[in-house]
Design a protein around this ligand. Structure first.
Ligand SMILES: Nc1ncnc2c1ncn2[C@@H]1O[C@H](COP(=O)(O)OP(=O)(O)OP(=O)(O)O)[C@@H](O)[C@H]1O
Ligand SMILES: [Mg+2]
Length: 352
């Protein structure tokens, strides 16, 4: 199989199979997205690459042999216009998810990934480009890189001589963002306004809690002139799932409603359940349409552990990844610990 054929074949695989192929061959492969994983697999030494190709070859062969239906299986179909690799003896295909037998297995691959040149993802580029004319909701899983969108959108606004307000629901997060944005844009260009801090309050980039912005907007609505709102080009609402918070949600709602019409709105969240509905609502109440960027691909896979009250941590499931759908198997050690805990806590009460 030529490298080009192998590349095409790898592209056709679900990312979980790529992780499976990378197991034992590429360190920290769990930290990689599909693109980097394929690049790393293609850079393996020639004999490893051959084993990867053979693994895929035998898998495709088994699928096409095993399929009794006239419908072409997806993987076999992927070969139809390319050279079919020989299905000769190949190393055994590993199961998609190996049982996590210990905490070490649960944590395998977690760490700092090797440094690589930064390439923004397509959705990041799309979000930044859309903000020149539209409001944008970015609803993507945690750890996907929403901060990059916030930073580049801020850069764009500064270059256009507009000011930026970045809000977060927590003072601690606001402090972190102050440090991060100051390092990028220079501390003279970044200020903070929270209940506890007031530094550089007329800087072109202002970090604040959402409540503080809402209060500024209230003041403006009652006629108070605030230069920071007149020149406002971008409002970033990080962790905007707070909109659904029973107590504080109204603050986000009012902030969106009162946000000056000339400013673009950027909502960032990993956990909005109904982003389409939210985009429709924002498009209805604001003069600018709202564009939704939404995907569910996790660049940082989730793993689940069970923390026993004694402090012992065990994998929650038999599989390392969180199983999709039911039935799923709990890790035997977790089951045992949980049964023991129930016996020790609930048991005596029920026995009396
Ligand atoms: N295109 C990319 N390729 C590789 N790494 C990226 C990319 N974009 C961002 N990152 C890195 O991903 C990590 C997580 O990014 P970030 O903190 O922005 O996530 P987030 O989407 O804001 O997550 P959260 O929902 O937890 O706030 C950072 O270390 C960032 O440098
Ligand atoms: Mg974030």
């Amino acid at each position: 199989m030529t490298p080009e054929e192998l590349r095409n074949l790898l592209h056709d695989q679900p990312v979980r199979r790529l992780h499976d192929l990378a197991q034992g061959r590429i360190t920290h492969h769990f930290r990689m997205g599909k693109y980097r994983l394929i690049k790393a697999l293609l850079s393996l030494p020639v004999e490893d690459r051959a084993a990867v190709a053979a693994n895929l070859g035998s898998l495709a062969h088994r699928i096409s042999l095993g399929s009794g239906s006239s419908q072409k299986p997806r993987l076999a179909g992927a070969y139809s216009d390319r050279t079919i690799p020989s299905p000769t003896p190949a190393p055994e295909v590993k199961p998609i998810s190996e049982p996590a037998t210990s905490v070490a297995a649960l944590f395998e691959g977690i760490g700092v990934p090797p440094a690589e040149p930064f390439n923004p993802d397509d959705w990041q580029i799309e979000a930044i480009a859309s903000l020149t004319t539209l409001d944008v909701i970015v609803s993507v899983p945690t750890g996907s890189g929403k901060t990059y969108v916030a930073i580049e959108a801020t850069r764009q606004a500064i270059e256009a001589d507009r000011t930026v307000i970045y809000t977060s629901p927590l003072k601690a997060l606001s402090n972190t963002k102050l440090t991060e944005f100051s390092q990028i844009f220079g501390s003279d260009r970044v200020g903070i306004l929270t209940g506890d801090r007031r530094d550089n309050p007329y800087a072109p980039v202002l970090i604040m809690t959402t409540e503080i912005l809402r209060n500024l907007l209230y003041d403006a609505a009652s006629g108070e002139i605030d230069i920071r709102l007149d020149t406002l080009g971008l409002v970033i609402l990080d962790e905007s799932q707070y909109l659904a918070d029973p107590e504080r949600g109204v603050v986000w709602e009012e902030t969106i409603i009162f946000c000056p019409s000339q400013a673009r709105l950027l909502l960032l969240s990993a956990s909005i359940g109904n982003p389409e509905e939210l985009a429709t609502w924002i498009s209805r109440i604001r003069p600018t349409p709202c564009h939704l960027i939404h995907h569910r691909n996790r660049s940082v896979p989730l793993r689940a552990g069970y923390l026993h009250p004694t402090g012992k941590l065990t994998p929650l499931f038999k599989t390392r990844d969180i199983p999709k759908g039911r039935p799923y198997a709990l890790h035997p050690e977790t089951k045992r610990l949980f049964a023991q805990y129930e016996e020790e806590t609930l048991g005596p009460r029920y026995r009396h």
